[in-house]
Ligand binder design. Structure first.
Ligand code: F6P
Length: 255
């Protein structure tokens, strides 16, 4: 309540940036939990940032979800983006097709005139199949490309919400509840301390790979994602967070 009166958006950005230890925070007004329009605004901010940061010949790793999809929807051609290759950050995570990283990478390419690569890997692989799949030349090639990514764009979700959206087993839901998972990104589930409590078995970016990237653009908003954002930003974000007022105030109020 005090925070509400004290801060305008710019002050809020600086307060959240410091609190989470990030390089940059961009906050759009409103709360994505309340209105779809706010997610579109986060998408617009993400698309603008990608346009500004783009370099010709770059590879951009793209995660799935509705918020990154909103970024894709707002993208448009520029000379740099036309020479960009969009690659899915992870293989299938059990999402609906239009929320899959594969689809969103192809959408970004379509909107900008850039190119894209797909990584068709099923979600629930046995250890044995997994080992075989990652040796496939086509998959290996995309994984190599992913290693050269300059920028990653990803979403953040609430742990339980994501597990349910992915139609996860009762066993996994129980495990996540027991381990007090609060957030999810890139197929990793985190607790409040930012520790990994579960990882989904699929190919693609690992958290360590993020260290090498020049830009990590995390896009997530809505007050309901406050705990998820706070937990994940302590380990995975470090660069730029695009969020909304609802999430920003909720994170700072709980701090
Ligand atoms: O499943 C892909 C993913 O990027 C998750 O890692 C993340 O938790 C989720 O989507 C975010 O989805 P949304 O933006 O729809 O909340």
């Amino acid at each position: 309540p005090l925070i509400k009166e004290l801060f305008g958006l710019t002050e809020l950005e600086e307060a959240l940036r410091r609190h989470l230890g990030l390089r940059r925070v961009i906050i759009v007004s409103g709360d994505a939990d309340q209105s779809q329009w706010v997610k579109k605004e986060m998408g617009r901010a993400g698309a603008r940032l990608l346009r500004e940061e783009a370099r010709p010949g770059q590879v951009v790793a793209v995660a799935g979800g509705t918020t990154v999809a909103a970024v894709a929807e707002m993208m448009a051609p520029t000379p740099q983006l036309k020479e960009t290759t969009f690659v899915p950050a992870r293989g299938g995570l059990g999402e609906a097709v239009e929320l899959e990283a594969n689809y969103i990478a192809s959408l970004m390419a379509k909107k900008t005139g850039g190119s894209y690569r797909l990584m068709h890997v099923p979600d629930q692989l046995s250890e044995e199949t997994y080992r075989t799949v990652i040796r496939e030349p086509h998959i290996r090639e995309v994984l190599e490309l992913l290693k050269t990514a300059r920028i990653a764009v990803h979403g953040i979700g609430g742990a339980m919400e994501m597990a349910v959206r992915r139609k996860s087993s009762m066993e996994l839901l129980r495990h996540l509840r027991e381990k007090e998972a609060v957030g999810e990104a890139f197929g990793y589930y985190f607790n409040r301390q930012g520790e990994i409590v579960h990882r989904m078995k699929t190919v693609g970016i690992r958290l360590d790979d993020l260290q090498r990237m020049e830009r990590i653009i995390s896009v997530a908003g809505g007050a309901s994602k406050a705990d998820a954002i706070a937990a994940i930003c302590s380990v995975a974000c470090r660069d730029t967070l695009i969020t909304d007022e609802g999430a920003a105030r909720a994170i700072l109020e709980k701090a």
